[in-house]
Design a protein. Structure first.
Length: 131
């Protein structure tokens, strides 16, 4: 959970860059992190050729339902873990204290994680399209 907490924190810090009237950054970070984690899971499963195995073994032609189920699972887990249990308050306080003088590094890591997740997914799709 330490990695998940840290990923939440760096995504939260990126969302804090945009000023808002209401304090909803913790909700936005939770939802967006669900999408990022889903993308990471799909990329990992694709690299392991899991979807090719499912398609050949069980003739599942509608793999997009699996992607949707993974996203729903990530979304509701994040909503429960960060928002419902109010862990976001603890995570933000702990990491704010730990990295109080390194906020620019945390924001840079957050932007790098977000961009690299989408570039990695795109590169994988491009690679499979060429096969």
């Amino acid at each position: 959970m330490i990695i998940l907490n840290f990923l939440y924190y760096i995504v939260y810090r990126v969302f804090k860059l945009v000023p808002r009237r209401q304090q909803i950054d913790h909700f936005l970070a939770s939802s967006f992190l669900a999408g990022l984690i889903m993308t990471n899971i799909i990329t990992g499963l694709s690299l392991l050729k899991f979807f090719t195995y499912l398609n050949s073994k069980f003739a599942i032609h509608k793999l997009h339902w699996i992607v949707i189920l993974i996203f729903i699972g990530c979304y509701f887990f994040n909503k429960w873990y960060f928002i419902k249990t109010e862990n976001y308050k603890i995570i933000i306080n702990v990491y704010d204290e730990k990295f109080k003088n390194q906020q620019s590094l945390i924001i840079t890591l957050g932007i790098f994680y977000i961009i690299s997740t989408f570039i990695g997914f795109w590169a994988l799709a491009f690679y499979f399209d060429k096969m």
